[in-house]
Design a protein. Structure first.
Length: 54
């Protein structure tokens, strides 16, 4: 699964880790995150994320 990086603050969403503090289980693809999910670091929405370069 692809990792996604926040274009605002640089926080990386890794689907293998999920977002435990946000209630997102490990193994959750970025595309499957709820529409109202926000970056845990700066609070922007999914639209402000892009695919992380390897």
């Amino acid at each position: 699964m692809k990792k996604y990086v926040c274009d605002v603050c640089g926080w990386v969403y890794d689907p293998e880790v999920g977002d435990p503090d946000g209630g997102i289980e490990p193994g959750t693809a970025f595309e499957d995150l709820p529409d109202d999910w926000v970056c845990p670091e700066c609070g922007v929405g999914k639209e402000d994320f892009s695919v992380a370069e390897d």
